[in-house]
Design a protein. Structure first.
Length: 108
């Protein structure tokens, strides 16, 4: 679960970095600082995914990523796409952990 979530969060970090490159010529410093804060929090969240707090923070950052579409309109689409990947990472991670636990205990 943590591996899939970390992969999604890390890719979102790069996505926000590229969005900042798009926004730097047409927006104020405040919006750029907000984007940089989102990027930094995404990077830090990748290390916190071993606990439920990391997943909650990651979910809140999905909303922030979509909301950054106000600055870069393409982020509406990409934010929703990555939010779907985030949910899939959580669900598939849970199933993977359950399968691993069943395999190690010898259950079928």
């Amino acid at each position: 679960m943590r591996t899939l979530g970390s992969a999604v969060i890390t890719m979102e970090f790069f996505l926000v970095g590229f969005a900042l490159l798009i926004a730097k010529n047409h927006h104020s410093a405040t919006t750029l600082w907000i984007g940089a804060l989102i990027a930094l929090l995404l990077l830090l969240t990748a290390g916190l995914l071993s606990s439920i707090r990391g997943w909650i923070l990651g979910s809140l950052l999905q909303i922030a990523l979509i909301a950054y579409g106000v600055v870069v309109p393409l982020m509406y689409f990409l934010g929703v796409l990555f939010a779907i990947l985030w949910v899939c990472a959580y669900i598939l991670g849970k199933k993977g952990e359950a399968a691993r636990a069943a395999f190690t205990t010898g259950e079928k």
